[in-house]
Ligand binder design. Sequence first.
Ligand SMILES: Cc1ncc(COP(=O)(O)O)c(C=O)c1O
Length: 373
Amino acid sequence: MANTEINKVSFVDLAAQYQTIKTEVDAAIASVIQNTAFILGPEVRKFEEEFAQFCETKYAVGVDSGTSAIELIMRALEIGPGDEVIIPANTFIATALGVSFTGAKPVFVEPEAKTYNIDVTRIEAAITPRTKAIMPVHLYGQTADMDPILDIAKKHGLFVVEDACQAHGARYKGKRAGSMGIASAFSFYPGKNLGAYGDGGGITTNDEKILAKLHRLRDYGQSEKYHHDELGYNRRLDSMQAAILRVKLRYIDSWNQARRDHADYYSKLLSGTKYVTPIVPAYAEPIWHLYVIQTEQRDMLMKFLSGMGIYTGIHYPIPIHLQGAYKDLGYKTGDFPLTETQSQKIVSLPMFAELSDEMVKYVVDGLLKFTGS
Ligand SMILES: Cc1ncc(COP(=O)(O)O)c(C=O)c1O
């Protein structure tokens, strides 16, 4: 297709992906309806086995969202009122919410300027006698620098929990995201690299005790039917979603590879321009959930691009410490300057496996037109 024929590029295109797997997905949904195993049936069990295998962990537990995954991990680790959990300041609010729901306090640490991931050199200063865990977020699909984080945690006797909600299949020094902490949270929100057709989440772990606790917590606290050992929730992964995710899991590596190719192409076309493009450290193998650049005139740029039919996003425009939900923590503008500056400059470009080179080129043409280059 010639470049001139493109006049629209969506931010994500879930319908395009569905077209490529329609037959399998439709059959998977029909089969769940036929079998009527709607709650924690064989599809959930099989998905958990397959997802654990994919993440190179012993176990996976299907839950109803990434936010639940974080909260249930916290509860399984007996983190609660009076405790603190260190998280990056520039993550999606759900990272903090999962901590807050237990009564514990999220403690923010600035990201590195280059990778957007938690700045490991600032973690120790945030540790107090109340700190129970460090929860790095593999933001935009690129892992945080895990070895120093694991070392700091060991030195201070803290848990490491990975928020891998944006990082299905990413690697750190060859290890899968979600395989390095005591437990890790995944989101299967539809727009994620591995997305359900509704809400969904998962937890990976190698620890049998945590596994048993998570099985109870997501299912009314029961160890066997009608035996309720603790106050549990109803936070199960839906069987229909599990069946859909099983189909998608067969394609995730090739979709992630396609995203890598698009990211490489964006970076190649944007090199030497005014835009700040993503940096990939030697330790990381990202899966490009988002391709984020920085520019001074972000809001004008987004408007300009949308006039060309190009849809972009901001992840995230208002830092958590400045959100109304967290006003009780008492933060003010200027407390996390890097997070705040980045939130005004970042813009996420269209990124999904089914993008074509022509579409990437059209987006970059728009970016260059805006700067007059
Ligand atoms: C980094 C991060 N943490 C947590 C979540 C929460 O996941 P969910 O939307 O499935 O509750 C998300 C996704 O929305 C996320 O991107």
